[in-house]
Write a protein of this length. Structure first.
Lengths: 260, 438
C-alpha cells in the first residue's frame, strides 16, 4: 500500500476523494500509529482514493485552545486552513474526534469550510455501501465488546450510533457501560488534560472509567479516539486486566475482520 | 371592618409587587453587566427549546421518577396560581369566591382540580424534603451547598407545603361554613379533597371556623406574596428564568468553542502582513478571556441566576466524581454570588468601582479550572440550559493569555505546538513516517 500526499496528487493533476487527516497522535504516538495504519488499510481495501497532508499537516490547535492559548490555536488553524484551501480540499476524514470537532465546528468561521467525517461514520458508510465486507469467521463473534463514547464525538457532536452500528456488524455482543451515550464518562484526556498531570483527587478519571469498562465483563473495549485509547489502556492496566481485556480502536477491529 | 381589610390587602399587594419589581430590575441590570452576545438566530428552534426544555422539562426525564414528582410540583404550583387571581380580586373588592357565581357548575370542578394538584405538590415536596435531607444523595450532601444554599432549598419546600396546607384548610373551613349556610359563605362546593376533610372541622363553632378560614386565607396570600419576594434572593428563581434561559441557549454543537475575533485578526495580519488593515489599532487593547463577571457574556450571568443548584452537573463531572475540587455547580453559584456582590456595590455607589476582588481566585480557584476535561457532561445534564463550561474556558483564557499562568507541562505543550507543530516534541519531518515506514 502506498499512501499519497495531497502534494503528490496535485503534482499529477488528480484530486483524491477524501483527505485523511491523521492528527498528531495518529502520526507520532506509537499506539495510535497502529490505528492510523489500520484505517489507511481499510480505505485502501475499499478502493477509496485518499490522500494525507504528510509533513504539511499541523496540529489543529485543539489542546492549545482548550488550555486557553488562543494565539497558538489561531496560528495553527489559519496555517492549516491555508494549506487545505490551497489544495481545494472538500472532504476530510479523521480518526481523532478532537481534530474532527475542531475542523468541523471551529474552522468554518476562520474560512475553512469542509465536509468533515469522523472515521467511525466513514466506516459505517463504507459498510452500508457494501464497499467493505467483514468476514463471517469473525474473531469477535460471540465476544463481549463494550464501547466507550468519546466526549468530542458523543456529547460534543451527538454521534452515538455510527460507531455502534459498525460494531453490530461484527456479530459480537455489544454490552453497554452504565454511563454511556450522552451520559458517557470522560476518559480524562480532553481539555488538554492529556498534556498535564491530573489535579489532586481521590483517583484518576481513567482509573474510574477503566474500572467501569472492565466491570462489564467485556474482553474488548472499543474506542474511537487516540487519547481515550491511551487513557483506557492505562485504566485497564490499573485493574490488572491487560492480559484479558484489549482496548482497540474501531478501525483496528474492522481491519482485523476485513474479507477479501 | 371590611374596608380596613380591603385597604390592608391592597397595601400588602402593592408593596409586594413594588419590591419584587425593584429586585427584578436590579437582577436584570446585574445580568446586563456581562458583555453582549446575540443569541437571537433561528427563533423557531429557540421556541422549540422553550417548549421542550422549559415547559416540557425534557431533561428532567433523564430520571423519570424524579421528573414526574418535579412535574407535579411545578405544574401544580403554576396552575394553582389561577386560584390566586380570584384570591387577589376577592381581597381588593372585599368579595368572597368571586368566580363561583360566574363559573357556576364549573367552579367546584376547577377548585377540585386545584385541590388535587395541591395534594400532589404537598406530597411531592414532602418526598423531596426526605430525599434531600435523609437519603444522603451525593449531590445534596456536597459541600457546595453548605450553609445558606442548603437552608434555601429546605425553606422553599417547607413554604410550598405550608401554602398548600393553608389552601386546603381554608377550603375545608369554607365548606363547613357553606353547609351551615353561614352569612357571606356562598354555596360554592362541593370540593373534592376538602370535602373529605370536613369531618375534622365539623365540631368547631361558626366563629372559630370563620377565624380559621380568614386566618388561612390571609396567611396563604401573604405567604404567596412573601414567597414571590423571596424568589429573587433564592435558587428558586429558576421557575422564572428557566424560560428565557432555554430560549437563549446555545444552538451550536456543544463541542464548538467561542471564537476570539480580535486574536483571529491579529494572527491573520501576522501571517499575511500584506492583507493587514490598521483598523485593529482603533479598538484599543482588547482583554483576553474573563477575570470577573463583566468579562463574561450576559448569557453566562443569566445562567448563573437561573441555576437552582440541583447538582446534576456536578454529579456527572468526571473531575468531581474522582475527587477533584472542580464542581460546575459551584462555578455557577460563585458567578451569581459575585454578580450579587458587584450589584450591591452599584446599589451603594451608583456605579461599580474596583473593589479589589474578582470572580477568578476570590471565588473560583485555578485548581478548579485546571481540573476540567471540557467533556460537556455538565452542559448535557443541566435541565435549564446552563453552560458552566463556557465560563471555565473564558477564565482559562484569562489565566493563560493575560497572566501567563499555566502548568509547566502546558507551557511545554504550547511551545511544542509552536515549534514542532505537534503537542509533543517530535520532529515535524517525521509526521508521515508511519506511512513511509522509514
Amino acid at each position: 500500500m502506498t499512501i499519497k500526499t495531497m502534494a503528490e496528487y496535485a503534482a499529477s493533476g488528480e484530486t483524491p476523494e477524501v483527505l485523511f487527516w491523521v492528527g498528531c497522535a495518529g502520526s507520532f504516538d506509537q499506539r495510535a500509529q497502529k490505528i492510523t495504519k489500520a484505517f489507511a488499510t481499510i480505505l485502501d481495501k475499499a478502493g477509496v482514493r485518499f490522500a494525507i497532508l504528510g509533513k504539511e499537516e499541523n496540529c489543529t490547535g485543539d489542546p492549545a485552545r482548550r488550555a486557553g492559548n488562543e494565539f497558538i490555536f489561531q496560528m495553527m488553524a489559519q496555517n492549516n486552513i491555508q494549506v487545505l484551501n490551497g489544495y481545494g480540499v472538500q472532504k476530510i476524514v479523521t480518526a481523532c474526534p478532537h481534530c474532527f470537532n475542531i475542523i468541523r465546528n471551529e474552522y468554518p468561521e476562520l474560512g475553512g469550510n469542509y465536509e468533515v467525517l469522523h472515521h467511525t461514520t466513514f466506516l459505517q458508510q463504507l459498510i452500508d455501501a457494501g464497499k467493505i465486507r467483514l468476514t463471517d469467521a469473525s474473531s469477535f463473534k460471540g465476544k463481549k465488546i463494550t464501547y466507550h463514547d468519546s466526549c468530542y464525538l458523543g456529547r460534543a457532536n451527538n454521534i452515538y450510533e455510527a460507531p455502534r452500528k459498525v460494531l453490530e456488524a461484527l456479530d459480537a455482543e455489544l454490552v453497554e457501560m452504565k454511563r454511556c451515550r450522552s451520559k458517557g464518562l470522560c476518559c480524562g484526556a480532553g481539555g488538554a488534560q492529556m498534556f498535564k498531570e491530573e489535579e489532586k483527587g481521590d483517583t484518576r478519571i481513567n482509573f474510574e472509567r477503566g474500572r467501569e469498562a472492565v466491570a462489564t465483563g467485556a474482553s474488548v473495549i472499543a474506542a474511537n479516539c487516540p487519547f481515550c485509547m491511551t487513557m483506557l489502556t492505562d485504566g485497564v492496566k490499573e485493574q490488572g486486566k491487560e492480559d484479558s481485556v484489549q482496548v482497540l480502536d474501531i478501525a483496528e477491529i474492522v481491519a482485523r475482520q476485513l474479507g477479501d | 371592618m371590611h374596608l380596613v381589610q380591603q385597604l390592608l390587602f391592597v397595601i400588602a399587594f402593592a408593596a409586594a409587587v413594588y419590591l419584587f419589581t425593584r429586585k427584578a430590575r436590579e437582577i436584570r441590570r446585574n445580568i446586563l453587566l456581562g458583555r453582549d452576545v446575540q443569541p437571537y438566530d433561528n427563533p423557531a428552534q429557540r421556541w422549540r427549546n422553550v417548549l421542550l426544555l422549559a415547559f416540557g422539562q425534557k431533561k428532567m426525564f433523564r430520571n423519570p421518577l424524579v421528573a414526574v414528582l418535579h412535574f407535579f410540583v411545578y405544574a401544580g404550583f403554576l396552575i394553582i396560581n389561577i386560584e390566586i387571581l380570584e384570591i387577589i380580586l376577592d381581597g381588593v373588592f372585599g368579595t368572597h369566591r368571586l368566580f363561583a357565581p360566574l363559573l357556576d357548575g364549573l367552579y367546584p370542578v376547577l377548585i377540585g382540580c386545584f385541590e388535587i394538584l395541591a395534594v400532589l405538590v404537598l406530597s411531592g415536596c414532602a418526598i423531596f424534603l426526605v430525599r434531600r435531607n435523609f437519603l444522603k444523595l451525593k449531590r445534596f450532601i456536597g459541600h457546595d451547598l453548605d450553609g445558606w444554599p442548603r437552608s434555601d432549598a429546605n425553606y422553599i419546600l417547607i413554604t410550598e407545603i405550608v401554602l398548600m396546607v393553608l389552601f386546603l384548610t381554608m377550603n375545608t373551613a369554607d365548606l363547613v361554613l357553606q353547609s351551615r349556610g353561614a352569612d357571606h359563605y356562598v354555596a360554592a362546593g362541593p370540593f373534592w379533597i376538602s370535602g373529605m376533610l370536613t369531618p375534622i372541622l365539623s365540631g368547631l363553632s361558626d366563629g372559630s371556623l370563620v377565624a380559621l378560614e380568614r386566618g388561612c386565607w390571609w396567611l396563604h396570600i401573604l405567604g404567596v406574596l412573601a414567597f414571590l419576594n423571596y424568589l429573587p434572593y433564592s435558587k428558586h428563581l429558576h421557575i422564572i428564568l428557566a424560560f428565557p434561559n432555554a430560549y437563549y441557549a446555545d444552538l451550536r454543537p456543544k463541542g464548538k468553542m467561542e471564537n476570539m475575533p480580535a486574536i483571529q485578526k491579529e494572527v491573520q495580519s501576522m501571517l499575511n502582513p500584506e492583507q493587514a488593515t490598521n483598523d485593529t489599532a482603533v479598538e484599543g487593547i482588547p482583554k483576553f478571556g474573563a477575570k470577573d463577571i463583566q468579562d463574561l457574556t450576559w448569557k453566562n450571568l443569566l445562567d448563573a441566576y437561573s441555576c437552582t443548584e440541583c447538582g446534576r452537573c456536578t454529579a456527572a463531572c468526571p473531575a468531581n466524581i474522582t475527587g477533584k475540587k472542580l464542581s460546575p455547580r459551584k462555578i455557577m453559584m460563585d458567578t451569581r454570588d459575585r454578580a450579587e456582590e458587584i450589584g450591591r456595590v452599584i446599589n451603594k455607589q451608583g456605579t461599580f468601582q474596583e473593589d479589589g476582588k474578582a470572580l477568578l481566585r476570590d471565588y473560583i480557584s485555578e485548581e478548579e479550572l485546571r481540573a476540567c476535561t471540557t467533556c460537556n457532561a455538565c452542559v448535557q445534564e443541566c435541565p435549564v440550559s446552563i453552560n458552566p463550561l463556557h465560563i471555565i474556558l473564558q477564565l482559562r483564557r484569562h489565566l493563560v493569555m493575560e497572566e501567563s499562568s499555566a502548568p509547566a507541562e502546558w507551557n511545554m505543550m504550547f511551545s511544542n505546538i509552536e515549534n514542532n507543530m505537534a503537542p509533543w516534541k517530535f520532529a515535524p519531518d517525521d509526521r508521515d513516517q508511519w506511512a513511509t515506514g522509514n
